[in-house]
Ligand binder design. Structure first.
Ligand SMILES: [Zn+2]
Length: 321
């Protein structure tokens, strides 16, 4: 079973050894529910999936989780859901193992998605690639020699916290000017709102449904595609910041592929073109020429799919256990 734990939704998914999805269910939750209620939802959801297969000739290998936030790799047990900062540490692994009795692996959401890409997505057959995800936050996963690289204390791939502006906005991590503060979807919407309230002329508000309409990411994309100057500039700036981050990664790691996932991919070439421009201008030529940049095709289930990979790997290594 794979579970994707986002800041406002849990996705439960059961797949077979080939990665074919047998069942899946999304359970939205309000972050106001608190940590204990969240853990109850998690346990109930997992039990519900197990019940679907009761009496059938099927056996669960375990549970893999991709969780938003930092994962403590020492005991693999505690995921800190960063967007729910007042929750502190959440003992996801311990709670599930005690209540369900199956082995549990926990990864960061983006690291799990990198595994998903590596086994079932565009990273298949690629030895050295990066996965970058941009939605409410910015995360990443690094695959080196076909294996997920998690670093000395499990935080490798925290691409969103590369500093791109020493005088930039304060980030959730406490630093200022992190990439995430410029390219996450909420930060893009916020900068549109700021420009509009500064009186910059634009069709964004009209596309969003008039003066009272909430500015959505979809409205910004629509405006940019209609060649609205402000919206177009917003995406060009986001692409430029993302491109600068990508240049560092390309120079440092020389990947053959970068897969971009998360809601930002809806902006398509509005983002990809400026990223490629920056790469062309700033990256080492040899490294640049060997990297391909693509958008994920796994949709919203890359992390849930990828979180089952450690279970399958363990089964393949010792099937009789
Ligand atoms: Zn940060």
């Amino acid at each position: 079973m794979g579970i994707e734990a986002r800041k406002d939704e849990l996705l439960f998914l059961v797949s077979d050894l080939a990665g074919d999805v047998l069942t899946q269910k999304r359970v939205p939750f309000d972050k106001k529910v608190g940590k204990d209620a969240f853990l109850t939802l998690l346990i109930q959801g997992a039990k519900e999936q197990i019940d679907v297969f009761k009496g059938k000739e099927k056996k669960f290998l375990g549970i893999g989780i991709g969780a938003a936030g930092l994962v403590n790799p020492d005991d693999g047990s505690v995921a800190i859901l960063s967007h729910l900062s007042n929750w502190g540490s959440v003992p996801v692994k311990k709670a599930l193992e005690e209540e369900i009795g199956l082995k549990v692996f926990v990864h960061n959401l983006a690291a799990a998605a990198a595994l998903g890409e590596s086994w079932y997505g565009l990273g298949r057959g690629r030895k050295n690639f990066l996965y970058l995800s941009v939605t409410d936050g910015v995360g990443g996963g690094i695959v080196i020699n076909g294996r997920l690289y998690t670093g000395a204390s499990g935080t490798a791939g925290e691409f969103g916290h590369i500093t791109v502006d020493d005088h930039g906005p304060v980030c959730t991590c406490g630093n200022v000017g992190c990439l995430e503060t410029f390219i996450s979807i909420p930060s893009i919407i916020e900068s549109a709102r700021k420009s509009l309230s500064d009186g910059v002329s634009s069709a964004i508000q009209e596309i969003a449904g008039g003066p009272d309409g909430a500015i959505t990411f979809t409205a910004l994309i629509e405006a940019a595609r209609r060649e609205d100057k402000l919206a177009y500039k917003l995406f060009t700036d986001v692409g430029r910041y993302l491109g600068e981050g990508v240049v560092s990664l390309v120079n440092l790691l020389n990947p053959e592929l970068i897969v971009i996932g998360g809601d930002l991919v809806q902006a398509g070439n509005l983002i990809l073109n400026p990223v490629k421009d920056v790469l062309k201008r700033q990256a080492l030529e040899v490294a640049r020429k060997s990297v391909e940049i693509v958008f994920s095709e796994l949709g919203g289930s890359a992390s849930a799919l990828g979180s089952v990979v450690p279970l399958i790997e363990e089964f393949v290594a010792s099937p009789l256990d």
